[in-house]
Ligand binder design. Structure first.
Ligand SMILES: Cc1ncc(COP(=O)(O)O)c(C=O)c1O
Length: 361
């Protein structure tokens, strides 16, 4: 029963009203696999659960995540002030865009890329400049550079790209950085970097400190299985992070999340062994998709992209009938997370049926 009889007449910003409601990856029925949110399929390791229970929830968290930033600074070979920690890397994205862009400014990103980019830019009051991906599902970096105007405040690069799985090469990245004004913030969103082993694909660790307008974003959500705790981090110039801290919701990173992230860093080798398991499974799945006749781009994250275009809704139905809940982008394609080993055969059986039904692939 509704508490209010009528809609509220409170005036809401028109650009916020124009945003479509955010759709979280659908929960899966008990007999289906939830492959819609690029989550880590492994049970929470003991080192994480032990770290979480040590945190005192009766106290506010340490607001600067100092100990974690010290540890990340050691790992990245930088100063603690050159590390920012947020409640997921998405919250750092919000903070950074709020800090640099407002009404009259614009933010450039590839489309499709991470679904949150238009939300984040619009909430800041900035215009979104979406640059369509190339036919092979990669960022069209030439067009992104050409789109820069004096109104541009930020460029978002997603590599590996969610949802298409493609990577930006080091050469492409350095070329872009050399041609974009130093006053424009470039964010290298590497939420899936730990799954990328292609030496040609740019890696934040190799380019850190080289550009005064570059921020590299990483997360503990994907490779390290802390999605539910909400914790991510950025590496970049201290003065950009000072501004981004001013736009943050205070004390939003919980003590449990900070402890868990430290535990992950202390058990990096074990965590990376699980990442390797996913990468091996992903490569095997991709090979079989290609054998089936799919034109799926080589995946660099923990997911594969099915370019089903106008057949997307019908293809998603076939996947769902086969017990696979994926992320569906109507008219465009389907993103499927590589997760439990038991999900592989039902997934590949469904993709074979999609091909047999003569849909776009
Ligand atoms: C490309 C990309 N960036 C950032 C994020 C945000 O991750 P989190 O806020 O969990 O760190 C995601 C999550 O799906 C993503 O796909």
């Amino acid at each position: 029963m509704n508490l209010y009889e009528h809609e509220s007449t409170v005036v809401i910003r028109p650009e916020i009203l124009s945003l479509p409601a955010y759709k979280q990856g659908r929960p899966a029925p008990a007999d289906a696999f939830k492959l819609s949110s690029n989550e880590n399929p492994f049970p929470t390791p003991a080192w994480v659960t032990e770290a979480i229970v040590e945190a005192n929830v009766g106290r506010y968290p340490e607001s600067t995540s100092r100990v974690l930033r010290d540890a990340l600074a050691r790992e990245w070979g930088c100063d603690t002030d050159e590390v920012i920690v947020g409640a997921g890397s998405v919250s750092i994205l919000y903070q950074l865009i709020q800090a640099v862009a407002g009404p009259g400014d614009n933010v450039i990103f590839a489309w499709r890329a991470f679904e949150a980019y238009p939300w984040i830019s619009t909430v800041a009051g900035a215009d979104c400049i979406r640059i369509p991906n190339t036919p092979d599902h990669r960022h069209d970096l030439e067009s992104m550079i050409a789109a820069v105007t004096p109104r541009t405040r930020a460029i978002l690069l997603c590599t590996p790209n969610n949802p298409t799985g493609t990577g930006i090469t080091s050469d492409e990245f350095h070329d872009l950085m050399s041609r974009v004004p130093e006053t424009v913030l470039v964010i290298l969103d590497e939420a899936y970097a730990e799954f990328s082993h292609d030496p040609d694909v740019v890696c934040g660790k190799n380019v850190k400190g080289q550009y005064s307008n570059l921020v590299i974003l990483r997360t503990f959500s994907k490779a390290f299985g802390l999605a539910g705790l909400r914790i991510g981090y950025g590496i970049g110039p201290w003065n950009i992070f000072q501004a981004a801290t001013s736009t943050a919701i205070p004390m939003v990173v919980t003590e449990q999340a900070q402890h868990a992230a430290l535990a992950v860093l202390a058990h990096k080798d074990e965590a990376m062994a699980l990442v390797k398991e996913i990468c091996d499974r992903r490569d095997a799945v991709w090979t079989r998709l290609i054998d089936q006749g799919w034109t799926t781009p080589k995946p660099h994250g923990n997911f594969v992209w099915l370019p089903t275009a106008e057949d997307t809704d019908n293809a998603a139905e076939i996947l769902e009938e086969g017990g696979i809940i994926a992320r569906v982008f109507p008219g465009d394609g389907i993103r499927v997370t590589i997760a439990e080993p038991e999900s592989v055969e039902p997934f590949l059986a469904a993709t074979a049926r999609i091909i047999a039904a003569d849909m776009r692939h």
